[in-house]
Design a binder for this molecule. Sequence first.
Ligand SMILES: C[S@@+](CC[C@H](N)C(=O)[O-])C[C@H]1O[C@@H](n2cnc3c(N)ncnc32)[C@H](O)[C@@H]1O
Length: 157
Amino acid sequence: MCRSGRRSSWIFFSANVTATDLPNVVPLIERNIAVNSDSILQSGGSCTARVLDWSEKSFDFIQADYILVADCVYYEQSVEPLVSVLQMFSDDKTIIYLSQEVRDYSLKQIKFWEDFHKTLLKYFEVTKIEKERQHQYFYSDDILLLELKLKEKSNNS
Ligand SMILES: C[S@@+](CC[C@H](N)C(=O)[O-])C[C@H]1O[C@@H](n2cnc3c(N)ncnc32)[C@H](O)[C@@H]1O
């Protein structure tokens, strides 16, 4: 999710999108939605902003067809809660696209990513989307793109 509030080229394909973040960020998302309201309307879809703190345990969201996670792994406390939230919002049809800037400039960041990836592998089938499958203009060497599918729930415990 772009949070700049500038008009951007979102393409919603008639999807009903819920954009989430911590409470202090939601007003920025709402501003971004307002700036892009014409194109959202034209697409036949919708977009709403909601507070979602991964560390909270109770949510009233429905399960999603697609979940997009952009650059959300960068501190230790988020590792377990974020993976739990992704599990909670997924069923056997949900596809998650997770993009992550490769933060290999510090040992701490490398460890956060390794821990996250290891936890992810316990619950999800993880496929790296190679350069050839990415858009030629939006691909970047320092951005990792993964596709995740929930493993069978019975195998997760
Ligand atoms: C590096 S920013 C990426 C923002 C946006 N996805 C993007 O790509 O521009 C990481 C985001 O994760 C959010 N975040 C951090 N901890 C969170 C938590 N516990 N629950 C929900 N969101 C969280 C931050 O508020 C921030 O917006």
